[in-house]
Design a binder for this molecule. Structure first.
Ligand SMILES: [Zn+2]
Length: 72
């Protein structure tokens, strides 16, 4: 168990060196496993970003429907 844990830690260290995710907004270098930028909080994970955009679009659509037809 101890040996396995050590190997896993080594691999993770290498991955961080090779594949940092540079934030497009703040240029901060983040771990590839980070979903959000450590510096500015921008979403770095494409899937999560798309989910957030989708949720926001749905909310906008609901609000504009309500504005258009107050009876709903
Ligand atoms: Zn950032």
């Amino acid at each position: 168990m101890l040996k396995l844990h050590g190997m896993k830690a080594d691999v993770e260290g290498k991955e961080e060196e090779f594949a940092v995710v540079v934030c497009p907004r703040s240029k901060n270098k983040n771990s590839p496993t980070s979903k959000f930028c450590n510096a500015c909080g921008l979403c770095l994970d494409l899937k999560t970003a798309m989910e957030i955009d989708e949720a926001r679009a749905n909310t906008d659509r609901l609000i504009s429907e309500l504005v258009r037809d107050p009876k709903v």
